[in-house]
Ligand binder design. Structure first.
Ligand SMILES: [Cu+2]
Length: 475
């Protein structure tokens, strides 16, 4: 006869079993391969077959149709907010299951496009006779989207709202600019899963997360109890929500791993980092700093003026009066004591932002810098002067966030910008502090154009109704 206590213990452990994550042994894990390996393997034909069948299925309510997935993305994906990576991990996992189902190949595993090795769009996706093709793309090379910033050893935190946080850094680069440089539907935050490249791009982002986790060395995922995981992991009415419990574990909960779970250490085309640190030029890891583009006169501090971006790079000079300089100094002093806020006190504001017809086609973005040196030297790092990026994807994210604020998380359906256009705010306080000018007589904001093709279309892409630099004490 078993004791009451032992009985309770055994029944408790039985009851817990279905709730625990199924952590498979590594021999049982499916392996997501890089495209270069995948395309010569036995399941490449199954992938093309599955995508072809899904595209032929016109019932958008059916997860076996191609249209189901962009619709789910439009209605539920969080971009520019917390759990961006976690939501997309679940999204890819569900989609991958349907690829297997539709293809009838139980061995089919989603591949990833490792653009840190091969930044050119894989040729199979450019072949109009294959199901991997999508018309309307405007770029074929994402070199300009890549960054090693998210992989630095100082980036040990994870979610938005912490300093040196992996998730917002990897979303800012390479995630967003890869969408921008491919262009076409890929530069739409709502509809990008229409392009088969979306899936190999997002598998690549998911791999970078897995590699960041594996790199360990003090890197911290949000705890299982963190509010990070309380987002809405919804994938549409035809699919059961992913239970929250998976979030505290690695990809092994989902039964897969990557063929390479190491972080990139160099950018394509640049020499690998030297093994001896004695001669290590900082620039090999940081990315080359562009020269400051030619400038135009901007509005006074706190005032705005319209600005049009086109195929050129451009600098805008904000001349500071003695009084303005004092305002900036005082705002900086306040910032030192105030909690980090998303917008201030010194920030570059792009308001009433709208894409032109050409701009909507994508294939480009702009890096936004503050006080780029006129003559950068080899020790200057790109990140020291970079405020952020602006392209069709970032504009879409700003519209999406505005729509979410206006209508609540799940009420948004419209992708339109509305008459007023989007508002993008680039906090500049930290950048200014790092690069405090010897004479505070002007602030220079540079828009450095980056293209995904050698022959980008010429013309206006982005109209900014009200460009300004603000220096307001924290309210
Ligand atoms: Cu994306």
């Amino acid at each position: 006869m078993i004791s009451r206590r032992r009985f309770l213990q055994s029944s408790l452990s039985v009851a817990l079993v279905p709730l625990l994550p199924r952590v498979a042994l590594s021999v049982d894990l499916r392996v997501r391969q890089s495209w270069d390996a995948f395309r010569t393997g036995p399941t490449y034909a199954s992938l093309r077959n599955a995508i072809g069948l899904m595209r032929a299925n016109k019932n958008a309510a059916d997860p076996a149709s191609w249209a189901y997935w962009p619709n789910v993305h439009k209605n539920f994906c969080p971009h520019g907010t917390t759990y961006f990576l976690a939501w997309h991990r679940g999204f890819l996992y569900r989609f991958e299951g349907w690829l297997r189902k539709v293809s009838g190949d139980p061995n089919l595993v989603l591949p990833y496009w490792n653009y840190y090795v091969t930044p050119q769009v894989p040729s199979e996706f450019l072949d109009p006779t294959l199901s991997l093709y999508h018309s309307g793309r405007t770029g074929t090379d994402v070199t300009g989207a890549l960054s090693l910033d998210p992989f630095a050893d100082t980036v040990i935190h994870f979610p938005r709202g912490t300093t040196d946080a992996f998730e917002p850094l990897v979303e800012a680069r390479p995630h967003n600019p890869v969408h921008n440089l491919i262009g076409g539907i890929m530069s739409s935050v709502y509809y990008s899963p229409w392009d088969p490249l979306f899936w190999v791009h997002h598998a690549s982002i998911d791999r970078l997360w897995a590699a960041w986790t594996a790199a360990d060395n003090g890197r911290l995922q949000p705890a299982a109890t963190s509010s990070y995981w309380t987002g809405s992991f919804q994938y549409g009415p035809a699919i059961k929500a992913v239970p929250r419990v998976w979030t505290s574990t690695t990809t092994t909960y989902f039964g897969y791993q990557y063929d390479d779970q190491t972080l990139p250490t160099s950018l394509p085309g640049s020499p690998p980092p030297p093994t001896s640190s004695a001669l290590a030029p900082a620039i090999s890891l940081a990315g080359a700093l562009p020269p400051r583009p030619a400038g135009i006169a901007g509005p006074p501090l706190g005032s705005s003026q319209p600005l049009v971006l086109d195929e050129h790079s451009l600098s805008v000079d904000i001349m500071l009066t003695a009084q303005d300089a004092n305002r900036v100094r005082s705002a900086m002093l306040h910032a030192a004591t105030a909690a980090a806020s998303e917008s201030g006190p010194v920030c570059v504001v792009l308001d009433q932002v709208q894409l032109t017809g050409l701009g909507e086609r994508g294939g480009y973005f702009y890096k936004v810098y503050l006080n780029l040196p006129e003559h950068p030297d080899a020790g200057d790092s790109d990140r020291s002067f970079l405020l952020g990026m602006v392209g069709p994807f970032e504009i879409g994210v700003a519209q999406m966030k505005a729509a979410m604020r206006g209508k609540g998380m799940h009420g948004m359906h419209a992708g339109g910008s509305g008459a007023a256009g989007a508002r993008l705010i680039f906090p500049a306080t930290d950048t200014l502090r790092r690069n405090w000018p010897p004479h505070l007589d002007k602030l220079t904001v540079s828009f450095v154009r980056v293209d995904g093709s050698k022959q980008p279309a010429k013309g206006a892409t982005i109209r900014i109704g009200a460009f300004s630099v603000q220096a307001d004490p924290v309210k």
